[in-house]
Ligand binder design. Sequence first.
Ligand SMILES: Cc1cc2nc3c(=O)[nH]c(=O)nc-3n(C[C@H](O)[C@H](O)[C@H](O)COP(=O)(O)OP(=O)(O)OC[C@H]3O[C@@H](n4cnc5c(N)ncnc54)[C@H](O)[C@@H]3O)c2cc1C
Length: 474
Amino acid sequence: MKKIIVIGGGIAGLAAAYRIQNEISAGAPLECSLLEGGERFGGKIATEKSEGFVIERGPDSFISQKPAAIRLCQQLGIGDHLVGTNPGAPSTYVYTGGKLVTMPDGLSLMIPTKFLPFAFTPLFSLAGKIRMAFDLLIPKKVGEGDESLASFVRRRMGEEALRKMAEPMLAGIYASDPETMSIGSTFPMFVETERKYRSLILGMLARKKTMLLNANKRPASNHTLFMTLKEGLGEMVEAVIKKSPDIQFKSEARVESISGNEGDWLVNLEGGGEYKAQALILATPGSITAQLLQPVAPDSAEILKQIKYVSTATVTLAYKKEGFSHALDGFGFVVPKCEGRSILACTWTSSKFPHRAPEGYVMLRCYLGGALQEDIAEKDESTLISLVRQDLKEIMGVHEEPVFSKAFHNRKSNVQYHVNHSQRIDAVMQGLKSGLFLAGSAYRGIGIPDCIQNGTQSAESAIQLLMGKSNAEI
Ligand SMILES: Cc1cc2nc3c(=O)[nH]c(=O)nc-3n(C[C@H](O)[C@H](O)[C@H](O)COP(=O)(O)OP(=O)(O)OC[C@H]3O[C@@H](n4cnc5c(N)ncnc54)[C@H](O)[C@@H]3O)c2cc1C
C-alpha cells in the first residue's frame, strides 16, 4: 500500500481526495488521509442555512465556461441540483455619478460588441467612448512580458474604461488593485485576443461570430455563465465526503510541519500525532504552504512568501418583499473606487438566484474590502452592517429595517496575482522535491473550477508517481 496525504480540506484538497478515491475504487493499492486544520471542511466555501435562506459566507457561484466544477457535481451525482442565474434579470448596474446605470447591452467583459447600446449609454462620456473606440486603431503591444490590468486597459481603451469598468468589474473579481494585478494570470484571453487580432473589439466580434457559427454544431447547454447549487455550494463539499468512503477525512488536524525526503515524508500535527506517506498534496493557502515547505523546499517557500493575501468581508441582508423600496430588476451593481463608497459590489441574490430566499423575502449580499479598501474589511461586524445600510440607503433608497443582517470576515483570504505571477509559480514548482505536490487558489486560477482542476491534476500527478502509471493511463 502506498499512502498519499492531502493537507487542507478546501475545494482543491477535496477534489484531490475525490480523484484518489476514484483510483482506489478502480483497485489501486492506495491509502489516503485528508488533514484539515479547522473544525469543518470546505475552506472558503461555507454555506449557512436559516429559515429558508441560503447564505454564502464566501463564494456563491462559479463560472460555467471552465467545466471542472460542473463535471465534479455531475460525477458526485448532484448535477441535477445545479441552478443557473435568473434569465428574467440579467442586467448589472454600475454606480456612477450618484446613479445606478445599466451596463450597456453587448459589453463582453469590458469590450463593446454592439454599436448602438454602446453609443447611447450614459455610462461613459463622449470622450471616454471615443477613446475606447481607438482600440480599433492602436497597434498591438510589442514583446511578451506581463503587465498590470491597469496598464493593459489604459493602453487599449483609456482611463475611463479602466475606472468605470475594468477596476470594479475585473479587478473586483480578484479583490485586487488593477495597478498591480497581472493581466496574464487573471485575464489571459485579453492578452491572446490582442496578440491574435490586435484590437480587442475586432477580436471579440470575430469570437462572437465563430461562436454563433458553431452554436448549431454544439449540443444545447442549459448552463448560464454563473452556476450554483440549490442548497448552496456546501452541497459539493458534503457530496465529496459522502462519495469518498475510502478516504480518511480528519478535521481539527492542523499540520505543524513536514519533514523527510523524496518518497518518504513525515507529517506532524499541532498538539501531537504524525503521519507517514510517499506523497503529499499541500492544498493549504499559499502563506501556510510557504511555512510548511520552508524546511524541505526552501527556495519554493521563499517565492511563495511573496504572494500576498488581502481581507474582504461580506454582508448579507434580508427584507420583507412587500413594500420593498427597490425593484431589484437585475443581478446587482458594482461601485468604482472613485465614488468613495464602502461597498465594492452588491448582488441582488434573490433576483440572481431566486431559490436563495423564501417566498415573500428578498436578500442582498454586499462585498467590501479588498486591496483598494482593506481597512474597511477589518472593521467589526456592526460597523460593517451600518456602513452597508448607509450605502444601500444612498445608492438604492433602501430605508427599511432588514429582517436580518449578517457580516462575515474573510481575513487575508483573497490571493493576489501580481504582475509576473505565473513566472513566480513556475519557479515555485521547479523548487519542489519528488513526492510533493501543490494545489489551490495560490497558483494558476482562483475560481472554484480552477481549484477543482488543479486539485484533480495534483492527485493525478501523485498517483502517476506512486503507481508508476503513464499519462495515458491516468
Ligand atoms: C469572499 C470570497 C468570495 C469568493 N467568491 C467566489 C465565487 O463566487 N466564485 C468562485 O469561483 N470563487 C470565489 N472565490 C474564490 C474561491 O472561493 C477560492 O479561491 C477557493 O475556494 C479556494 O479553495 P482552496 O481549496 O484553494 O483553499 P481554501 O478554501 O482556503 O482551503 C484551504 C484549507 O486549508 C486548511 N488549512 C490551513 N492551514 C492548515 C494546516 N496547517 N493544516 C491543515 N489544514 C490547513 C484551511 O482551514 C482550509 O480549509 C471567493 C473567495 C473569497 C475569499
